[in-house]
Design a protein. Structure first.
Length: 399
């Protein structure tokens, strides 16, 4: 809950401004006071009347509006807030912030504030990827500006890629986290992610196909609900997120040790694609082609990290969640896995090549619990993560 929190919401001029109306509503539902500021461009997308009706507040629009200055000066306006949120943060607003401009009400408030600032960028994918925006983003991060999103997906301009403003629940969660008010505050959650690499010799290894995108998204979502996250990751393509305790490992046995070292935890989520076997006769030196013919690899089974934690007799996390990546009979295999491993939930997905899920931006999962099977619609991996994190909070009695 955000009861009594005062949020200065700067709405930038982009098509995503319509989502800010819902954001105001959700923040007020949680007990926050929202003081809205509209840029000139934002007024082309949402009207001051609808913003003020939803916020039940005056809308601030103009730096030189003397009535405003008589009631509350712009310096005071920017400081009376607990948090300043910019949603949508357009490429132009980000550039102004990074450059320290103060030539309209929004940019002046952002310069004058002594409070934490959170931005939710939204723009066309090319603008998001433009070197100028990358530079501005790096400057803003360096200035301790918090950033939520953007998401990847289809955009209003008809293109596909990163640039779409985060969904409203994700922005609300990021606001809660920025204010230290998430429902998972004080809870510790372990997340495993990425593949493991099992060496054959010093230059070759066996691995699973896993980008680590779903695990990283989950760590972000749990962090944004206020959890203290221990993120144990194999060599993944996706970088570990900020604001979590990272343990980087290579093999399944190292991952097992890192998970055990991170215990105790309130919940543990095993999103890693762990190699089931390691090469027992891995060579110390690079194997060479030669007279000896083909090498024969001998395999040994790796520890099942999930089953080991789920079946702990003492100190088991209250909630243990596994993932099951299957290519056929998804639900039946996942249900069998739930029983065999002794975990509480399995998040099952179909990773057969036609789905494009492995390495892609979206996921379509079934949540399997003792109570039954829920089919979730196909959505961005970040959205799956946010929904799963919210369910974890609920299951831990923290929702
Ligand atoms: N898992 C684990 N340690 C292992 C193997 C798997 O922690 N050595 C976890 C994964 O992180 C995932 C779940 O167990 O949460 C299921 O992984 P999966 O590879 O689908 O299951 P397996 O037990 O390996 O079954 P199979 O390969 O036969 O489908």
């Amino acid at each position: 809950m955000l009861t009594g929190k005062r949020i200065l919401l700067i709405i930038g001029g982009g098509i995503a401004a319509y989502k800010s109306l819902d954001l105001i509503r959700r923040l007020r539902d949680q007990g926050a006071d929202v003081v809205p500021v509209l840029t000139k461009a934002a007024e082309q997308f949402v009207t001051p009347l609808s913003v003020s009706a939803l916020a039940a507040q005056k809308v601030y629009r103009d730096l030189f509006d003397l009535t405003d200055e008589a009631e509350m000066g712009h310096i005071e306006l920017s400081r009376a807030a607990d948090l300043v949120v910019v949603a949508p943060a357009t490429a132009d607003l980000m550039a102004k912030m990074a450059g320290g401009h103060a030539n309209d009400l929004a940019s002046t408030l952002l310069m004058a504030t002594d409070k934490c600032v959170l931005i939710a960028p939204a723009m066309n994918v090319r603008m998001w990827e433009h070197p100028a925006t990358r530079r501005n983003l790096a400057v803003l991060r360096g200035d301790d500006v918090l950033v939520v999103g953007p998401d990847e997906g289809h955009m209003a301009c008809g293109e596909f890629g990163p640039g779409r403003m985060s969904e409203v629940p994700d922005i609300v969660a990021a606001i809660g986290a920025a204010l230290g008010e998430g429902p998972l505050k004080g809870r510790h959650v372990i997340v495993t992610s990425g593949p493991t690499h099992e060496p054959i010799d010093p230059v070759r290894y066996i691995a699973n196909r896993s980008s680590g995108a779903q695990g990283a998204a989950l760590a972000v979502a749990l962090r944004d609900l206020g959890a203290q996250v221990s993120f144990v990751t194999g060599p993944a393509a996706v970088a570990p997120p900020d604001g979590v305790a990272v343990a980087q490992v290579e093999t399944a046995r190292e991952m097992d040790q890192a998970v055990r070292a991170a215990l105790p935890a309130d919940a543990a989520v095993f999103a890693a694609a762990v190699a089931d076997w390691r090469v027992e006769n891995a060579a110390d030196q690079k194997m060479k082609k030669g007279a000896g013919g083909m090498p024969v690899l001998e395999f040994a089974e790796n520890p099942d990290i999930l089953a080991g934690v789920a079946q702990m007799s003492k100190g088991r996390p209250a909630l243990v969640v596994g993932f099951a990546a299957e290519t056929e009979d998804v639900v039946a295999f996942a249900q069998a896995k739930l029983a065999r491993k002794g975990c509480d939930w399995i998040v099952a997905n179909d990773v057969s090549p036609g789905t494009g899920i492995m390495g892609g931006a979206e996921n379509a999962v079934h949540l399997i619990t003792a109570d039954g099977v829920e089919e979730w619609p196909r959505m961005a991996k970040g959205a799956v993560a946010a929904r799963l994190a919210a369910r974890i909070a609920e299951a831990l009695g923290a929702g």
